[in-house]
Ligand binder design. Structure first.
Ligand code: 4NP
Length: 251
């Protein structure tokens, strides 16, 4: 399924932090380094990334091209599959997603096959450890959250095979950042297709988004982990399945 997703953006080129007029967070204004989005400018993007069948196609293409397009398939095949998890602040949901996914990958002995990272659509918490509530809830499940917050950057659209947004607003902010940055430096034209909603991988939960737990209580952090464990399991399954499919197709 593909379609057009319309949204309105105004991009102030002097600003690099992403904030949305609908976002409820009272961030202090750092006007020299903010990217503000509002309703003055109309922008349409292709939204082929919305369906889970396109998720499979994307992953398959990644491994297929590794097997067929390179003059040195063995080198390309050993290139890790790279996954970037993205939320707003990169201190709650995406660091937990990174940790849950890494934990699964390590348990299956696949660490060398993956590059795993996380980022935020804002740089407000840059350099910070993950929120202590998120670290504690994860630790209770045997998962260490160790990442340090950083904002998403243009090269992420080149460097990562898959970019997982925690909620719809994150996805819109990622797309808007891409739209802004692609005029300043070369970015892959198909990069928007790399952007997926985390919950599109959930098997046992019907939620569409991983809800922001920051202003809530302990239950919110547990819910985040429930969703992430569900999504990460089938995300990893689908990547591995696609890799195996493309490997056997190329031999
Ligand atoms: P995250 O959660 O996007 O899951 O990291 C948040 C972290 C910080 C804030 C909001 C959400 N904040 O308002 O600072």
């Amino acid at each position: 399924m593909s379609g057009l997703l319309g949204f309105n953006t105004f991009i102030n080129p002097n600003l690099t932090r992403i904030c949305n007029p609908n976002t409820r967070y009272p961030f202090p204004h750092r006007t020299s380094t903010n990217l503000c989005l509002n309703n003055h400018h109309h922008c349409i993007i292709n939204a082929t990334h919305l369906s889970s069948s396109s998720n499979k196609a994307l992953i398959f293409r990644r491994f297929s091209s590794m097997a067929t397009a390179s003059p040195s398939p063995s080198t390309e095949e050993s290139k890790p599959f790279s996954v970037l998890f993205v939320c707003l602040g990169n201190i709650c949901r995406s660091p937990a997603a990174e940790a849950v996914f890494r934990n699964l990958v390590e348990k299956r002995g696949l660490a060398s096959k993956f590059r795993i990272d996380s980022a935020g659509t804002i740089g407000y918490h840059e350099g910070d450890k993950a929120d202590p509530r998120m670290r504690a809830a994860s630790k209770n499940r045997g998962i260490e959250v160790t990442s340090i917050s950083r904002p998403i950057k243009p090269s992420d659209f080149r460097d990562f095979d898959l970019i997982l947004a925690m909620d719809l607003q994150n996805r819109e902010d990622i797309m808007n950042a891409y739209e802004k940055w692609r005029f300043k430096e070369p970015l892959p034209p198909d990069a928007p297709n790399k952007v997926k909603l985390m919950c599109s991988y959930c098997k046992t939960h019907s939620e569409r988004e991983v809800p922001d737990p920051y202003y809530g209580g302990a239950k919110g952090f547990e819910k985040v982990l429930d969703l992430l464990e569900d999504a990460c399991e089938s995300l990893l399954d689908s990547i591995v399945r696609s890799q195996n499919t493309s490997t056997s197709a190329s031999t």
